[in-house]
Design a protein around this ligand. Structure first.
Ligand code: DC
Length: 221
């Protein structure tokens, strides 16, 4: 069974998808981490992540792989576990930039499909329901108002000891939304057959319950 969860940054996709996968015994694949790996590589090479001319040739040098260690996804970039290094704000922006490059999306496409063919998965991203797994049995488009997502993001940063003003975080959220929804190639978009879930007014427990219900209903069909 394939479950696709798409939506903008900060809607809570990864936390909810991970919890649902654990519950169901499915593997959870965070596809954003793959784009982050390429963003990190571009930054390390001094390339501008938004430049198609600079990033495309780098793909030949990249071998990216997902491995599951104790049930957790780790991303390996040319053999190096970069799972921790890809979570910075700088890499978030770089990931969003490289993800607009068609060659980057094509580069990661088969890998994502192959993972989903091997086992039951919950995959989260931006184009899973529309492009990577158009045949997914369950598609959820998870979103929340930008202000709510920025508030959650700010809290997460604070927990990591990083201080950022609400305005700053909101600006980043809006910028990434714009980037992800306006790219020409496979932009963030709700699939026609997806269930829309706006969790702005929901607690994490309520959202998790809702997702569980959506998946259970599909399993009974
Ligand atoms: O989910 P995330 O925030 O880790 O994703 C980082 C960036 O990668 C995001 O801004 C857009 C891009 N991305 C994408 O274009 N397609 C996906 N399936 C997943 C992520």
């Amino acid at each position: 069974m394939k479950v696709a969860i798409d939506g903008p940054a900060g809607a809570g996709k990864s936390v909810l998808a991970r919890a649902a996968a654990k519950d169901l015994g499915f593997i959870y694949v965070d596809t954003g981490a793959l784009y982050r790996g390429i963003g990190l590589y571009a930054l390390r090479k001094g390339a501008s992540p938004a430049s198609e001319e600079e990033v495309t040739p780098l793909l030949r040098e990249i071998e990216e792989e997902i491995r599951f260690i104790d049930g957790e996804q780790h991303v390996f970039l040319n053999g190096e576990d970069v799972s921790g290094l890809i979570r910075t704000e700088e890499v978030s922006k770089a990931a969003s930039d490289v993800s607009a490059i068609p060659a980057v999306r094509d580069f990661l496409f088969d890998m994502q499909r192959e993972i989903a063919e091997k086992s039951d998965v919950i995959m989260d991203g931006r184009d899973i329901g529309t492009a990577v797994l158009p045949d997914a049995e369950v598609k959820i488009f998870l979103t929340a108002r930008p202000e709510i997502r920025a508030e959650r993001r700010q809290k997460q940063l604070e927990e990591k000891g990083i201080s950022a003003s609400f305005e700053e975080v909101l600006r980043d959220v809006n910028e990434r939304d714009y980037n992800d929804t306006h790219r020409a190639f496979r932009p963030l978009k709700m699939a026609k057959d997806a269930v829309l879930l706006d969790d702005s007014e929901m607690s994490p427990e309520e959202s998790a319950q809702k997702i569980k219900e959506i998946i259970s209903e599909a399993r009974c069909r």
